[in-house]
Design a protein around this ligand. Structure first.
Ligand code: NAG
Ligand code: NAG
Ligand code: NAG
Ligand code: NAG
Length: 449
């Protein structure tokens, strides 16, 4: 095993310590030795920029409707913290990244969904088409390394349909400013060949980025659970869905031409479109079939490995009373799990769900009840070997981040009933996948407490 230590003055002291450790290898065994080095020198190595070998991890793969790693079931219990890269740029906010990943690991969570983009906004990663801020790339490098240290994998999203952090509107603006845009409509992101070219360049830059902390290209890093093309794509200028479908097919093929290691998804909200006329009544309302997205047709593209669905009963106005909301979303979940089993033969992840704290009569116990109903459906699906494989809370923060809260964010440690609900979900999924022997290992300790 090589430790990829950087040569240089700062590295020498560490190298001597690592040499001493080498004597212990036969006694400790490979895995514990890696963990030992990591625990001893991880922080130091981070701060000094020294390269140290990281804990072993394999790529998550898929067998039919199940996620697998090392030939065994991989259970997904996840959360969203879109802000990790953003907060890792500047030193004063950087500790939040570690604190969040640590908190996630303590709840037995396995995947964090987060933004791997910032197009032209404050602390942009992509400053202009094809031009990157190395300082921000280093921040994303740190996020990935820190996740691995905590045994967390990342679902990395590549751009936004919404305006936050740039997204498709910024791409269209760039093309317009450079005088090559076909249209100022922000849906030209999907159909303008020059803008498709911009986005492909972006994909390539991210997938082939070499992490400055460990020299691993992102496309070769198993810490990354999967790529997501775009957060909540909609193309309302073409309700037939053909424009978005073509864009998805082209981008999915492009990602796979560079990276065959990682799973890939679109980032859809899950609305049914014209190709699934028999399912339109399951949408929150008639308007939702006119967004240019089409859950089954879009997700059926062969280069995609799993489907994603979001759940926002308040925004979708599917009822005022809590039991109305639960009734609706239960059907919504079950319908998409059925799609995964019958039509797609792929896993389905509920990659965002939330209950707004800004509605009249909001009550924190409502969140507990609604979230539990989602967790129960996912758990039953996994237990029966069906396609519904996991759910991701939108969204977690650490203390002191009120400005990131939106209507949905909270600090899990500050909501004890929610904290224990989430942890219970992790532990019962873990038991299904691995049986009791794994309970004694890393996440097992979480579950025995
Ligand atoms: C996929 O799962 C099936 C059924 O559980 C199993 O028989 C098969 O060996 C698995 N394939 C791989 C490649 O693991
Ligand atoms: C699209 O572009 C318009 C301006 O032309 C902007 O106001 C709007 O917020 C953009 N974003 C979306 C998601 O429609
Ligand atoms: C999904 O794609 C397969 C081919 O890959 C096709 O046979 C099937 O009809 C498609 N299903 C839907 C619902 O589009
Ligand atoms: C919140 O809702 C629960 C159950 O629906 C109820 O028992 C409790 O009294 C409510 N709390 C407040 C402050 O309204």
């Amino acid at each position: 095993m090589s430790h990829k230590l950087q040569k240089g003055r700062r590295g020498e002291g560490l190298e001597a310590m690592l040499a001493a450790n080498r004597v212990l290898y036969p006694i400790l065994g490979l895995a514990s030795c890696v963990a030992f080095i990591y625990m001893s020198f991880g922080d130091l190595a981070w701060d000094l920029g020294v390269h140290v070998r990281e804990p072993e991890m394999s790529f998550v793969g898929r067998n039919g409707t199940r996620f697998v790693v090392d030939g065994k079931a991989f259970y997904v219990n996840g959360w969203n913290s879109y802000w990790l890269m953003d907060q890792a740029v500047e030193e004063n906010s950087r500790p939040r990244v570690r604190a969040m990943l640590q908190a996630g690991a303590k709840m037995g969570l396995t995947v964090c969904r987060t933004w791997a983009f910032n197009d032209g906004a404050y602390n942009a990663l992509q400053v202009s088409p094809g031009h990157f801020d190395e300082r921000v790339f280093k921040a994303l490098d740190r996020v990935i390394v820190e996740a691995r240290r905590h045994g967390i994998r990342l679902l990395l999203c590549l751009t936004n349909n919404l305006d936050a952090y740039g997204g498709k509107t910024q791409y269209v603006k760039w093309a317009w400013e450079e005088g090559i845009g076909l249209s100022s409509s922000n849906d030209s992101f999907f159909f303008d060949p020059s803008i498709r070219g911009y986005f492909k360049n972006y994909i390539k830059a991210i997938l082939t980025r070499k992490n400055h902390l460990n020299d691993i290209q992102y496309k070769d890093d198993p810490t990354i659970f999967a790529w997501e093309l775009m957060n909540e794509p909609r193309c309302m200028s073409d309700v037939s869905g053909n424009t978005l479908q073509e864009w998805i097919e082209e981008m999915a093929a492009y990602v796979k031409s560079i990276d065959k290691n990682h799973l890939l998804t679109i980032g859809l909200e899950g609305f049914y479109g014209p190709a699934s006329s028999h399912k339109l009544s399951l949408n929150p309302g008639p308007w939702f079939s006119t967004l240019g997205s089409d859950f089954i047709r879009n997700s059926n593209v062969s280069n995609l490995d799993f489907a994603s669905v979001h759940i926002y009963p308040d925004q979708w106005e599917v009822g005022v009373a809590l039991d109305q909301k639960i009734n609706y979303i239960s059907k919504w979940l079950l319908s998409h799990i059925e799609d995964g089993d019958r039509e797609l033969k792929k896993p389905v992840l509920f990659t965002e769900f939330g209950l707004s704290d800004q509605t009249k009569d909001f009550n924190h116990s409502h969140r507990d009840v609604l979230y539990k109903s989602i967790f129960d459906i996912v758990y039953r699906s996994v237990r029966k070997g069906r396609a519904g494989a996991g759910a991701f809370v939108w969204q977690f923060m650490v203390p002191g981040m009120q400005e990131y809260a939106d209507d949905f964010g909270f600090v899990p440690e500050e909501k004890p009933s929610m904290y224990s609900l989430i942890k219970k979900q992790s532990c019962r999924l873990l038991k299904l996948g691995h049986g009791k022997d794994l309970l004694k290992r890393k996440f097992g300790k979480v579950c025995l407490e």
